[in-house]
Structure formats: C-alpha cells, structure tokens
Write a protein that binds this ligand. Structure first.
Ligand code: ASP
Length: 204
C-alpha cells in the first residue's frame, strides 16, 4: 500500500497522525532548494544523475536511510529499511526501500540485506535479491556477493549507495560506493562498532 491507501490503513490501525510540518528539516529544505536551483539553471541540459556526478555538493552527500539486518541464534534472518526517499523526488514515487528484493530482503537460505542509495538503480539491479542469489546459486560468500553487486554491478551503472548485510552464520558485510555510509554492528557478545567513511573494519 502506498499514498492515500497506506495512510488510511495506518489511521485505521490507530497510528499517531501528525501534520507534514512535523517532518520539516532545515538541512533537507536547503538541499531541496539547491537542487531546484541547479535544475532550473540546467533545464533541458542534464539529468539529476549527471548533476550528481558533476556537482561536488551531490558527490559529498551521504544517504539518510535507516536500515537494520539481524540474525538470531537459530539462523533466522530479518531486514528492515526506512527512508524519506530522495530529495526532489517525483510525486507518487516509490523507491527501492519497500520493494522486497530491491532495497530490502531476508531469506533464511542465505542472508538479510538492507540498502541505501539511488533507489532507481537498486530496483533495476534487484540489488538485495541479487546478493542473496550470488550466495545461493553462485556459491559466493556474503562479502564477495555484496561487493560484486555494490562495487561492480552498481558502479558500472553509476548507481551510488551501499548495503548492510548479515548471513545466516552471522558474517557481516557493509560495502558502499558513495563517499560515506553511516553504519555499525553489534555482535553476539555485545561488541559494538560504528563507522562513517572508509575506516578499517577490523574483525568483521
Ligand atoms: N534508497 C532510497 C530511495 O531511493 C534513498 C535512501 O537511501 O534513503 O528512495
């Protein structure tokens, strides 16, 4: 369910409803203004994607998705992803996040994946499911599979972003091809670590 139907369903379930001003964020507003300005200047000359590649402002952006993947002691995996989408998105756009197999996927035969990035590319590449398939049919490890999709398949298409993933054995992989990606993990004994840029992810 999306749009009005989803809203109606949420209301029927008794979820708290707030005015859209509740979600106003000054930084995001400034970002939107900047995008609209650049778009106006370049009307008819370049796409948002080209802007992303050329404009340092876009290059430096880090996506703001909140995603989680988990595995329990019996090897059950789960994934969840939440996002406000892309700045200046089209009315009615549905991104990759709620599309199972694209931005979110979990399967006890392989792994759980939650993605962030330019959603259209994640839908086209069916990123989360592709990672699971490379493990299932290609016999790759989680890290090999995640890196192949994020650092090779997506890069070839200029699709920026990354994933967090955990497999049924508890292996973790968090590759990204954008400048940074807020990410972290908590292991079974409670060891927790967080990263933003390309730090050494020791002991994964
Ligand atoms: N993947 C999201 C989208 O395209 C954006 C994000 O990473 O937050 O809607």
């Amino acid at each position: 369910m999306v749009g009005k139907g989803a809203e109606q369903f949420a209301m029927e379930q008794g979820l708290e409803m707030v005015d859209s001003s509740y979600f106003r964020d000054e930084k995001r507003y400034e970002q939107l203004m900047r995008i609209l300005e650049v778009e106006k200047q370049r009307q008819g000359h370049s796409s948002i994607l080209e802007m992303e590649l050329e404009d340092p402002y876009f290059k430096d952006r880090k996506y703001g998705t909140v995603g989680a993947v988990a595995v329990d002691k019996n090897g059950n995996v789960a994934a969840a992803t939440s996002t406000g989408g892309m700045a200046n998105k089209r009315y009615g756009r549905v991104g990759d996040v709620p599309v199972i197999g694209a931005g979110t996927y979990a399967d006890n035969a392989t792994c759980a994946v939650s993605a962030t990035g330019h959603g259209e590319y994640f839908i086209r590449n069916v990123v989360a499911h592709e990672i699971a398939s490379l493990i299932r049919y290609g016999k790759k490890s989680l890290d090999e599979a995640a890196k192949e999709v994020v650092m090779d398949q997506l890069v070839k298409m200029n699709g920026s972003g990354g994933v967090i993933a955990v497999d049924v054995k508890g292996n973790i992989s968090m590759p990204f091809n954008s400048t940074g990606m807020y990410r972290g993990y908590i292991k079974e004994k409670g060891q927790a670590k967080a990263f933003i840029y390309n730090d050494e992810e020791e002991g994964l």
